[in-house]
Design a protein around this ligand. Sequence first.
Ligand code: HEC
Ligand code: HEC
Length: 371
Amino acid sequence: MIKGIKIGIGLLIMTAIVFMAACKKNDIPPKPTPIPPVVGPTAYSWEDPLFFQQMIIPGDNPFTVEGIKLGRMLFYDVRLSGDDTQSCADCHFQENAFGDPNQFSTGIDGIEGNRQGMTLENLGYQFDYFWDARSETLEEQIIQPVINPIEMNALWSDVIEKIKADEEYMALFAIVYGTTFIDSNHVAKVMAQFLRTVVSSESKYDKWRKGEYFFTAEEAHGFDLFQKEGGDPELGQGGEWGADCFHCHPLAGMQFSDYLLHNNGLDSIFTDLGRGEVTGDPNDFGRFKTPSLRNVEVSAPYMHDGRFETLTEVIEHYNSGGHASSTIDPFMKYTQGGLQLSDQDKLDLIAFLKTLTDITFLADTSYSSPF
Ligand code: HEC
Ligand code: HEC
């Protein structure tokens, strides 16, 4: 065996000598052509939590270990803003389910927006992003805050220059894409990879669903109300005096949102047209993306304009039936005197909503700042 290898090596050396001699004969200077070792990205296999639907992972942006690592670093990097003072995480706080405890977030130039920061959780199970669903993909969404004048107010060309000056970033980008010619799309893609891994699936509700937790009497009653039809059976078909939350915040898929756009009766006269702002269609006036109710306990203030500070105020809104308008959703009980929940019902509904808090997620260090 060893002899065989020795003979093999001997042959190789001899061939090399003959080859070199041949070169010398023709006087061709030996050209060094170093071939860099090809290091590809490390594949990352994703497993959907129990009872979740299949995550939507775009074919041109598969998970890679290095991509996720890069995305996480960039999410916390202030160099993505015009004056190096603000990162994505300055408006999206992990302890608030990556939402914003301020009613309106303030960009680098101190200009306040008119919409409440959204939570970033289970984004890979959603479609259409922003309160008015104006971005169809997460990759497309991520391009926006960087150039938004009332947010990070930067030029992508400047941001790319800053990233290119960072050797650690460039070494990782070279692994992920096999090139150092990167642009905003490469950056958005790796950030989308990271954000798709930001998944909440360990709440009391998840544990209950897996048979690992038992609801208290209050939580169980709140859950019952949540999934019962609202209203008086004599006035509306199927009425069960429930809270009627499940139509727009469904249990199927485990996200507590249909992620569609509804008008949940906040106003009769709209100051923010929501989806209508994007389409110009009067049928879309006042319609906004239904948010997930996961971690809702820690994501106050509520609604697209952060008008409610507490869950009690939110429940009072739904209990009232909401304000009539041309686009109010038929599931709102505005024509029937509201839901008519008792004080105990309201407390129990809130107790149920709190079972959606995922303390593991809120403190998970794989999502926290890597710096
Ligand atoms: C100045 C505060 C601010 C900064 C900085 C910021 N965001 Fe946001 N983010 C918001 C607000 C406000 C909204 C909702 C805006 C709207 O709907 O018009 C939002 C919405 C989002 C959404 C949509 C979520 C959904 O469910 O539809 C994503 C994703 C997101 N931001 C990611 C990011 C990323 C990534 C960065 C960094 C590149 C970032 N944000 C920087 C305030 C901010
Ligand atoms: C007609 C559909 C619909 C029904 C029914 C409905 N919701 Fe909503 N919910 C929405 C929409 C749409 C929003 C966002 C509205 C906005 O900001 O303009 C929302 C927002 C919320 C929010 C704020 C979340 C956040 O992050 O800001 C909470 C909490 C909430 N709903 C709880 C409930 C509860 C509890 C019920 C039952 C009593 C319920 N919803 C019934 C559609 C609905």
